[in-house]
Design a protein around this ligand. Structure first.
Ligand SMILES: NC(=O)c1ccc[n+]([C@@H]2O[C@H](COP(=O)([O-])OP(=O)(O)OC[C@H]3O[C@@H](n4cnc5c(N)ncnc54)[C@H](OP(=O)(O)O)[C@@H]3O)[C@@H](O)[C@H]2O)c1
Length: 281
């Protein structure tokens, strides 16, 4: 079923921007349109939408993994309580909700994680995203929790939108000949346009609500990711492998958290998406 009248929250972020390209008729709101933590304001704004939304896609999140260690309340409000309210609201409207979670809900011991594997987050960010998953599931609505990991792609339109690892590496290689990259952390990685397309396909296929994994196939360390970026982009930078302890950070990350997708059509290998992104940028 094709749904055109979609409401996209966080429309100026990395993923939200790609969803807006896929759904040109969507209502897309970001921080300057409404602070989603003011839920009364959000409800009132949704009530004015014509046509009423046929689905809600939530890309808003507290995404500062290290910053969340100092601001656990703020992380929990945006990643836990807000998605719970939104899920209840979507159920009232009788429309599906797509919400995104993260591979950081896992502790990294098992390495490769299917949808039904038990979360054991290591950080406040991971705990807040896991809390969001739990509260959404309790809402009983038509909710899709899509776990994803390390999003890259064109920068979002928001001034605060973070550069992806790919752009950071390209910037660094213009300034330095040698770059250190962490070799003992392995993640799935995800091209934002591929995730946006997978989201649209999910809404159209309308499978049972629940948890889904959507990331490009394969897993990679930051070190190998950086090497592949420079190889494809034809940059001469030398990449040196360093342990994660070389860059002390506030939040603990899983050592290996690859999202295994057993429910959705597979996304293409990350190398193919990276090559497409670098060719287009
Ligand atoms: N990025 C990753 O590597 C990654 C990895 C795993 C999972 N995810 C999940 O994937 C989803 C999309 O991530 P993303 O990287 O596309 O996010 P993003 O680029 O940070 O976009 C989020 C957007 O939401 C806006 N926003 C934040 N707080 C708001 C508020 N209170 N009211 C209204 N808007 C607000 C942000 O505005 P400002 O820019 O002004 O703050 C931003 O435009 C999130 O659920 C995230 O947790 C992301």
């Amino acid at each position: 079923m094709s749904i055109q009248s979609v409401l996209i929250l966080g429309a100026k972020g990395t993923l939200g921007g790609q969803l807006m390209r896929l759904y040109p008729q969507a209502a897309g709101w970001d921080r300057e349109d409404v602070n989603v933590l003011d839920f009364h304001a959000l409800r009132a704004k949704v009530a004015e939408l014509r046509p009423a939304p046929g689905a809600v896609i939530n890309c808003v999140a507290f995404n500062d993994v290290d910053g969340a260690e100092d601001r656990p309340e703020a992380a929990m409000a945006l990643n836990g309580r807000f998605p719970s309210q939104l899920a209840q609201f979507a159920a009232e409207l009788d429309v599906p909700l797509v919400h995104y979670s993260t591979n950081y809900v896992f502790d990294g011991v098992k390495g490769e994680y299917e949808e039904a594997d038990r979360p054991a987050p290591l950080s406040i960010y991971g705990r807040s995203k896991h809390r969001g998953e739990q509260l959404i599931a309790e809402s009983g609505g038509r909710c899709y929790i899509v776990r994803t990991a390390v999003i890259f792609g064109p920068k979002g339109a928001s001034d605060l939108s973070k550069k992806s690892f790919v752009d950071l590496m390209l910037d660094l290689s213009a300034k330095r000949d040698t770059i250190q990259a962490v070799s003992d952390e392995i993640n799935s990685i995800t091209y934002a346009p591929d995730l946006a397309a997978a989201t649209r396909d999910l809404l159209e296929a309308a499978p049972p609500p629940g948890i889904y994994h959507a990331a490009n196939s394969g897993g990679v360390s930051w070190f190998d990711f950086a090497r592949e970026i420079f190889r494809i982009a034809g940059r001469k930078a030398t990449v040196l492998p360093v342990p994660s302890t070389h860059f002390p950070r506030q939040a603990t990350r899983p050592a290996k958290a690859i999202l295994v997708n057993t429910k959705l059509p597979p996304l293409r290998p990350w190398q193919a998406s990276l090559a497409e992104f670098l060719a287009s940028s």
